[in-house]
Design a protein around this ligand. Structure first.
Ligand SMILES: Nc1ncnc2c1ncn2[C@@H]1O[C@H](COP(=O)(O)OP(=O)(O)OP(=O)(O)O)[C@@H](O)[C@H]1O
Length: 210
């Protein structure tokens, strides 16, 4: 299976943020997307997942039989912790990630019970989310992406609000937990970028090796 972005262009007003970007992603890879603020990192992530419509070019996922489909159902997200429901438990919040494909709530809870120890939250399943620390919440968001069992996981600044040592911890967790998927991380943090096998940079609308 591979995600193929071809000749991607995105224009906002008179600004060409991305200008002919090609990218091919396969499960098992870890890829960092870097670049200055406003260079188009979040836009590229949104295009890859089908959240942002391209001005030009295409994004498709090709399965092992060569059939192509839109990326949406193949992609999970690790977004900021603002998406966590504060009054629900860590378990409930993680289980939400499994509902996209019709998985039942009891099965989603089982998947979340397996995922939480993998991100270092074993024993905190029944804690109300608002009582968790920033690093713990970020792990809940990672667990939510894991229970989605997507071949491609897109993470936008997943450690942006964390201190250095928690960030290192959460990054390691994210990389280990998504070993079977393709993990794409948008980051300003050089240390996070260096943890990935492939480091790319957006430079004046183009995607280049960093
Ligand atoms: N919906 C939109 N409408 C208009 N302009 C937009 C929109 N989304 C993004 N932009 C602009 O496109 C450019 C790229 O934005 P994007 O968020 O992709 O950059 P980024 O590299 O992720 O930035 P940062 O590192 O600051 O998060 C910015 O100049 C931004 O203002």
């Amino acid at each position: 299976m591979r995600l193929i972005a071809e000749a991607l262009t995105r224009v906002y007003g008179d600004r060409r943020v991305l200008d002919g970007v090609d990218l091919e992603l396969r499960p098992g890879q870890s890829v960092a997307i870097t670049g200055p603020s406003g260079s188009g990192k979040t836009t590229l992530l949104g295009l890859c997942g089908g959240l942002v419509r391209p001005t030009g070019g295409t994004v498709t996922v090709e399965d092992d039989d060569g059939r192509r489909s839109p990326p949406d159902e193949h992609v999970g997200y690790v977004l900021q912790t603002v998406n966590v429901l504060p009054r629900r438990t860590a378990l409930d919040n993680a289980a939400l990630g499994a509902l996209h494909d019709g998985t039942s709530w009891p099965d989603a809870l089982d998947l979340a019970r397996e995922a939480l120890p993998r991100v270092g939250l074993g024993g905190l399943e029944d804690r109300i989310a608002r009582s968790l620390s920033g690093g713990e919440l970020q792990r809940v968001v990672i667990a939510r992406a894991l229970v989605g069992r997507h071949p491609f996981v897109l993470a936008d600044e997943p450690t942006g609000q964390l201190d250095r040592s928690t960030s290192r911890d959460v990054t390691r967790t994210l990389l280990e937990a998504s070993r079977d998927s393709c993990l794409v991380v948008v980051t300003h943090d050089e240390e996070v970028a260096r943890s990935c096998e492939i480091v790319l940079r957006i430079d004046d609308g183009h995607l280049v090796p960093a």
